[in-house]
Write a protein that binds this ligand. Structure first.
Ligand SMILES: *Cc1c(COP(=O)(O)O)cnc(C)c1O
Length: 229
């Protein structure tokens, strides 16, 4: 079951890429594995998953240990509390969800202590929702310049979770907005800032995100089924 779903998500990513005239290998699937047991994740790895995205440090660490021999990389995709930063540096190849200057500074400090530069994405509150975290677009470019000066973090791109919509197609405008924001930042040529990665699209709308330039899609329920926890 899981194997079939992995194959169908990977093939949907390929067709969306081809439809958009993009190289299919320019998009990577991040399997969102919150609430999924290590055994079920292993099934997915057997079917081709190579990047796992976790939301909570306490839940992730035991899974990272259980799957230590598996050929996978871990990404952190959930809200990260500053006091948990010490436990994530060096374990996660990429943190998608850096949503404040203070968090970026703490990651920089801990990565410096560990002598391990940390790759990050900046999470943008692309729908301007008051109930959601993430950087707002006003003043964002200036903040990116400030964070670019932190020498132990590497800013690789942007991430967003658009507001919930009834129709997947309605998310397209937010994906376009995130891509345009990344292009605007890239045009500033801020030293140390790359805008190579766009993390956007989930189970309902990842094909649309791929059409609009996603390089990382975060897909959970389309692979592992609905979450009950
Ligand atoms: C759970 C989660 C996903 C995956 O959501 P699905 O709708 O199950 O695909 C993607 N991104 C983040 C940040 C998540 O927490």
């Amino acid at each position: 079951m899981i194997a079939q779903r992995v194959e169908s998500v990977l093939s949907a990513i390929r067709s969306a890429a081809e439809k958009a005239g993009r190289r299919p290998d320019s998009i990577r699937l991040v399997a969102a594995t919150k609430t999924v047991t290590a055994d079920r994740i292993r099934e997915g790895i057997g079917a081709g998953l190579s990047i796992l995205g976790e939301n909570r440090v306490q839940e992730a660490i035991p899974k990272v240990e259980a799957l230590a021999q598996a050929p996978v990389r871990w990404h952190f995709i959930g809200h990260l509390q500053r006091r948990k930063v010490r436990s994530v540096v060096g374990i996660f190849e990429l943190i998608h969800s850096v949503d404040s200057l203070e968090l970026a500074q703490e990651i920089d400090r801990r990565a410096g202590e560990a002598s391990r530069p940390q790759a990050i994405l900046l999470e943008v509150n692309i729908g301007g929702e008051t109930t959601k975290g993430g950087f707002h677009q006003d003043g964002f470019v200036q903040l990116v310049s400030t964070m670019a000066a932190l020498s132990n973090i590497q800013i690789k791109g942007l991430m967003a979770i658009p507001p919930p919509t009834a129709e997947p197609e309605s998310a397209r405008t937010y994906f376009v907005r995130l891509r345009e924001l990344a292009e605007a930042i890239a045009a500033q040529r801020i030293p140390g800032v790359a805008m190579d990665e766009l993390s956007m699209g989930m189970s309902n709308d990842y094909d649309i995100a791929v059409q609009e330039g996603a390089t990382l899609v975060r897909v959970g329920s389309a692979i592992f089924g609905e979450r009950h926890a």
